[in-house]
Design a protein around this ligand. Structure first.
Ligand code: SAH
Ligand code: SF4
Ligand code: F3S
Length: 443
């Protein structure tokens, strides 16, 4: 039992940035409840996994982890499953892994203090699960800021899009936006903590609706960027259907908004997009890309792509390749379609064999390598602002990120020491498909 004076926990996080940020909320809540975070399962009384179920492999990871640590059950450790697998599988997890005593989805983290008390008093099957009906506010009172450079702010939770392949609407519930005033208040708190870069988070930030009706998403971007002390504002993820031209306009006019848009396309074929229920065609997507490329600023473009959606023909796959050429992405995340519980795509026929998905994925990654190399070459000779994130002692180089979210490895003049979180000007001297190299040119 961990209910003694020294209450310790270990937390491992899987999945997306929203999960990473949720973990900051979980850590904050546990610290507030008198727990101490420890770096290993061995030292912990309470072992927590904040899980992801976006693809089958991600979901398997948590059950593998639990199997690995089953042996500790006899030592009285308690195990908890949080996040998207928890919400998706619910109490079934207790059957599959009987040594788990807490199952809690993201919409219930506010209730963690009560759940911890139940655990401390020997609770065996403590649950915090929500149906999609919840419109409860998702803010927690305490957030530990574990990312040293970037302050995350959730502006919208859940998703109402129901893409045919995706679990998120089931694991994170319906869309709920936060008021613009509470977002701005959190931005000011982050500045007080020393943050200069903010990332606004949501599965679909473009469908942000201020409950107070004060600000559109684009207006919220401007307001956050105008908070004194903020130097960089990022946002993710954008859904093409709701991506308005006003977003490009504000990026163009407000320097603190970063030169980067992540606009997941998933497929270059309108037929496949329709089957995926993405609510836009190839041409409508390209229209939005056109707005971004017509901006005065050089906005980098990234995306998510799925290969092997049921029924995807070779020609349709080639349409994805041609779209990549037309857009010229700076980088992409690529995935093999993975059938997921509850989703409508499960009922579709014409599954693509795994070997074929793997082949398509390899072709796509190869193509992106060439496009990425070309996109990065254009920076050679430019001087870009970089936020310093750390040092690579082995190579004697510093590492940071540009506004366009590119990784920059750079050298500094002899004797110069930088501090992480500071900004420097770097002259780009070379490029690779996924990173830039350079030398510091000034502050
Ligand atoms: N809300 C974001 C995406 C969140 S999930 C959006 O709409 O773009 C991140 C990415 O995982 C998705 O963009 C998609 O490319 C991928 N993904 C989601 N479900 C998947 C599945 N069942 N199989 C393979 N990839 C999937
Ligand atoms: Fe999933 Fe689609 Fe919602 Fe993105 S928009 S989270 S892919 S359902
Ligand atoms: Fe995974 Fe849940 Fe994020 S399924 S990608 S952790 S929203």
């Amino acid at each position: 039992m961990s209910g003694s004076a020294d209450k310790t926990f270990y937390l491992e996080t899987f999945g997306c940035q929203m999960n990473a940020h949720d973990s900051e909320k979980v850590v904050g809540t546990l610290l507030q409840q008198g727990y101490r975070q420890v770096p290993s399962v061995e030292e912990a009384g309470l072992v927590l996994y904040n899980t992801c179920s976006i693809r089958d492999k991600a979901e398997q990871k948590v059950f593998n982890r639990l199997a690995d640590y089953k042996k500790y059950r006899t030592q009285g450790k308690q195990f908890g499953v949080l996040g998207c697998v928890a919400q998706q599988e619910g109490e079934k997890i207790f059957e599959r892994a009987p040594y788990v005593s807490l199952v809690c989805g993201s919409a219930s983290y506010r209730n963690l203090p009560q759940m911890l008390v139940q655990l401390e008093t020997g609770g065996q099957r403590v649950t915090g699960l929500d149906d999609r009906a919840t419109d409860k506010c998702f803010e927690t009172e305490y957030t530990a800021r574990t990312n040293p450079h970037r302050g995350y702010i959730t502006i919208i939770e859940g998703c109402d899009k129901f893409c045919a392949y995706c679990v998120v609407p089931y694991t994170r519930g319906k869309e709920r936006s936060r008021t613009s005033s509470s977002v701005l208040e959190e931005a000011r708190q982050l500045v007080d903590l020393g943050y200069t870069e903010i990332q606004l988070l949501g599965q679909n930030v473009n469908s942000y609706r201020d409950p107070d009706g004060k600000k559109s998403f684009a207006e919220l971007l401007v307001a956050v960027a105008s908070v004194a002390g903020i130097r960089r504002v990022r946002f993710t993820t954008s859904h093409p259907r709701d991506f308005g031209r006003d977003i490009v306009d504000v990026i163009d006019s407000v320097p603190a908004l970063c030169d980067h848009v992540h606009l997941p396309v998933q497929s270059g074929s309108s037929r496949v997009l329709d089957a995926m229920q993405r609510l836009y065609t190839r041409d409508e997507y390209l229209e939005r890309i056109g707005w971004i490329q017509a901006a005065r600023r050089d906005i980098s473009l990234t995306s998510d792509l799925i290969v092997g959606f049921p029924g995807e023909t070779e020609r349709e796959f080639e349409e994805t390749l041609s779209l990549m050429d037309v857009v010229g992405y700076d980088s992409v995340f690529t995935f093999k379609y993975s059938p997921r519980p509850n989703t409508p795509a499960l009922r579709l026929e014409d599954a693509i064999p795994d070997a074929e998905k793997a082949r398509r994925l390899a072709i796509l990654n190869d193509k992106q390598k060439q496009i990425g190399a070309r996109r990065n070459r254009r920076h050679v000779g430019q001087v870009l602002e970089v936020m310093v994130e750390g040092k690579n002692p082995a190579r004697g180089q510093w590492i940071g990120r540009t506004s366009q979210i590119k990784v920059m490895n750079f050298t500094v003049p002899a004797g110069v020491e930088l501090t992480t979180g500071s900004y420097v000007q770097v002259r780009v001297t070379g490029s690779f498909p996924n990173s830039l190299v350079g030398e510091m040119a000034g502050v």
